[in-house]
Design a protein around this ligand. Structure first.
Ligand SMILES: [Zn+2]
Length: 415
């Protein structure tokens, strides 16, 4: 099913191009045809002065300032102007089918559209297919929105040249503040003996049209492509910078290329990758952040430890924590367990009741003497965690200190 005007499109084109061609011929005729061809003519009224030796016209009295002036080409300016009008009329006529489907904006040449259209997303999903374009109700758009829509829909229907596409897309990307380097993320630090991973954070830019802009990454080095990651097998051929080329595709067509050097930090081996934080400053922070205490619930004491949250002192802890703990009563260990605060921060519950393996009843032990908690940091789980997902980690460090704290009985944080 075609648009109702579809059958007449050829007629408008034929008529339009014929008018324009006639106008062009008329234009050339008006300006170039009536040359002197050896005739001496009055430059004002074009009377033939071949029989007159003087430069003064016997017809209108005008005196030519020089002999040369008598041999000028007669240019019919009014007819030339009329010819230009004819060309414009032909152009307009050839555009009637487009005008019927797209409005007056169709009269604006693409070269103008790509530079004056506001470089934002298309104001609504433009539809390139003619059957839909006529059946969809057109919302009322402002002048600016119509221009933006024109730029995108012309790009979608392949009516823009390569440089026109690039001109508009460059303006669009600039207005969006697009940073291609932020489309991928590298680990803050990586060992030489492990395959190097990159996280693909973003693969496309919405345009408001049904065709998105998609990004392809091109690397100079051998790699494996995963769903969300790109992996470079060892031995790694880069240490400080990884050259990346970005290809931007509109539909299946490549429209832009950009390149950058992704800073990377590759050094040492897996054993030396993780830095240790066992200093007093780090341990004091961990103790305050975990804030261990007991809370009574259903008549039993529970160990409470606090999880990573957007509070102090957690905001000052960039290193990983994987802790084992012992609950001690006098000189005996009566319970053991472990606690690994996750990097994802829960907004509503930032404490935990870690599982404790009790060898004695804590309620009874608490009645006899105060309980203490010994907490020790271990690097292995942090290293494993980092190697599995290194992208959102602020530092490649783990806490390896130790502290002991008396467990007070406090109200449960959830009640
Ligand atoms: Zn004259």
């Amino acid at each position: 099913m075609g648009p109702p005007t579809g059958n007449l499109d050829w007629l408008y084109h034929l008529l339009g191009y014929t008018l324009a061609a006639a106008g062009l011929l008329l234009f050339l005729w008006a300006l170039l045809w009536d040359r002197s061809r050896g005739r001496r003519r009055c430059p004002k009224c074009w009377y033939d002065l071949s029989g007159t030796p003087s430069r003064q016209c016997s017809e209108c009295g005008h005196e030519a300032p020089s002999e040369q002036r008598l041999f000028r080409t007669r240019r019919r300016k009014r007819i030339a102007v009329a010819a230009v009008v004819l060309i414009a009329a032909g152009y307009t006529t050839s555009r009637v089918p487009l005008l019927q489907s797209g409005g007056w904006v169709e009269l604006i040449p693409s070269t103008v559209v790509v530079f004056v259209a506001p470089p934002s997303n298309a104001p609504y999903l433009s539809v390139a297919a003619p059957p839909l374009a006529v059946t969809l109700p057109m919302p009322t758009l402002s002048l600016k929105e119509q221009l933006t829509l024109a730029a995108w829909s012309r790009m979608e229907s392949g009516r823009l040249t390569r440089w026109q596409e690039r001109a508009f897309l460059k303006r669009f990307l600039n207005a969006n503040g697009t940073e291609f380097a932020s489309f991928i993320a590298a680990p803050p630090k990586w060992p030489t003996d492990k395959d190097f991973p990159l996280l693909v954070k973003k693969t496309f830019i919405p345009t408001g049209t049904s065709t998105p802009l998609t990004t392809q990454f091109v690397f100079a080095h051998p790699r494996r492509e995963g769903a969300k990651t790109i992996t470079f097998p060892t031995p790694l051929q880069f240490e400080r910078h990884l050259p990346v080329e970005f290809r931007l595709l509109f539909g299946k067509r490549e429209v832009l290329r950009a390149s950058t050097q992704l800073p990377v930090f590759i050094e040492g081996t897996t054993e030396t990758l993780l830095a240790s934080r066992s200093d007093d400053a780090a341990t004091t922070l961990v103790q305050a952040a975990l804030n261990p205490h007991l809370s009574e619930l259903n008549g039993k004491p529970w160990l409470i430890l606090y999880d990573r949250a957007d509070v102090e002192p957690w905001n000052r802890i960039a290193f990983g924590i994987a802790a084992t703990f012992e609950v001690r009563s006098q000189d005996r260990t009566i319970g053991t367990g472990y606690f690994i605060p996750q990097w994802t921060r829960s907004v509503w519950k930032h404490w935990d009741e870690p599982e404790v393996t009790w060898s004695e009843d804590p309620a009874e032990a608490l009645r006899r003497a105060p309980l203490h908690l010994v907490v020790r940091g271990h690097p292995e789980p942090i290293l494993k965690q980092y190697l599995a997902w290194p992208f959102d980690k602020p530092a490649v460090e783990s806490w390896t200190g130790e502290f002991t704290v008396q467990l007070e009985l406090r109200p449960h944080p959830g009640f």
